[in-house]
Design a protein around this ligand. Structure first.
Ligand code: AMP
Ligand code: ZN
Ligand code: FE
Ligand code: FE
Length: 280
């Protein structure tokens, strides 16, 4: 049995609609998925409604990925099984989304000043339907206009961390995001620790944040050399192991479809089943 607890849709910076994700998950033989869009749950609502209305035999977990910042590093916090109506959590997500708009506008202006003919209106059009603007939308526009071969090339040249048009976003600290998820009755999971690229800092974050789980299986570990034993880290901190593909579907970024980065259901059953006592 397979599962995938980290998936993005068109409601953040992915290219697949929630309904398409559900159909792909069934086709790929997955038993459980979580939609974890950035800073909003609209895509998750849609996927949950779709499996319910169409009576599709797939478990869809309530999920979200919240951007936070710890000592200047981007730290992503995944939430599962929370109540999406909790006001403080909703407010924090709305604040993050407004920071995203502001930052995307400033990044677009920087790119424009380097001589690339793009406008913020075009970025907004590229992100039409999304609730959460992100750098991949800017990257997709630049690819569409023929400036770059794929999204990855845009990150590597212009908007990845340390590149000329990169801008930091004002974000909450991880412990605040975890507290908001807890307040909403959910569990908080540290996303892709390998992307932090500093195992000592990850330890510090784990020691200072009341996480319930940690994402042990994620495509970012494939790039690590040497490979870090994240499962051992999770165990030593008494964290429930989680895993997912972080599928966006943006061209040039692995994976390109569900099932390409398989995660075993039994490995992440602790996360899936921790919600069984929660409301439906
Ligand atoms: P943002 O939310 O605006 O900070 O953008 C972060 C998102 O950009 C991540 O969730 C990924 O979807 C994507 N991303 C980050 N780095 C890369 C990269 N090197 N190549 C392609 N996509 C990337
Ligand atoms: Zn993303
Ligand atoms: Fe992330
Ligand atoms: Fe993600």
């Amino acid at each position: 049995m397979l599962a995938d607890l980290h998936i993005h849709t068109t409601f953040s910076d992915g290219i697949n609609t929630p309904e398409a994700i559900v159909r792909q998950a069934v086709a790929a033989g997955l038993s459980a998925i979580a939609i974890t869009d950035h800073d909003n749950v609209r895509g998750c609502d849609r996927a949950m409604a779709y499996v319910r209305d169409e009576k599709i035999p797939l478990k869809v977990l309530r999920g979200v990925e919240i951007d936070t910042n710890y000592k200047g590093k981007d730290v992503h916090v995944l939430g599962y099984h929370f109540s999406e109506t909790e006001p403080a959590l909703r407010q924090a997500m709305a604040w993050n989304r407004s920071q995203r708009v502001d930052r995307a506008q400033r990044i677009t202006e920087k790119i424009h000043s380097l001589g690339y003919d793009i406008t913020f209106q075009e970025v907004l059009a590229e992100a039409a339907g999304s609730r959460s603007l992100g750098r991949p939308h800017i990257a997709r526009l630049l690819v569409k206009k023929g400036f770059f071969p794929d999204v990855k090339a845009v990150f590597d040249t212009l908007i990845g961390k340390g590149k000329p048009c990169y801008l930091r976003q004002v974000k909450l600290p991880p412990r605040e995001a975890a507290a908001l998820i807890h307040q909403a009755g959910g569990i908080a999971v540290l996303a892709h620790p390998a992307e932090i690229e500093d195992p000592a800092l990850v330890e510090e974050i784990l020691d200072s944040t009341p996480f319930d789980g940690m994402e042990v299986w994620h495509p970012s570990v494939l790039q690590e050399s040497p490979r870090h034993d994240w499962l051992a880290v999770a165990r030593s901190h008494h964290l429930i192991p989680s895993g997912g593909s972080d599928l966006h579907g943006n061209p040039g970024r692995f994976p390109s479809r569900l099932g390409e980065f398989p995660v075993r259901y039994e490995d992440v059953a602790g996360i899936i089943e921790s919600g069984q006592s929660c409301r439906e």
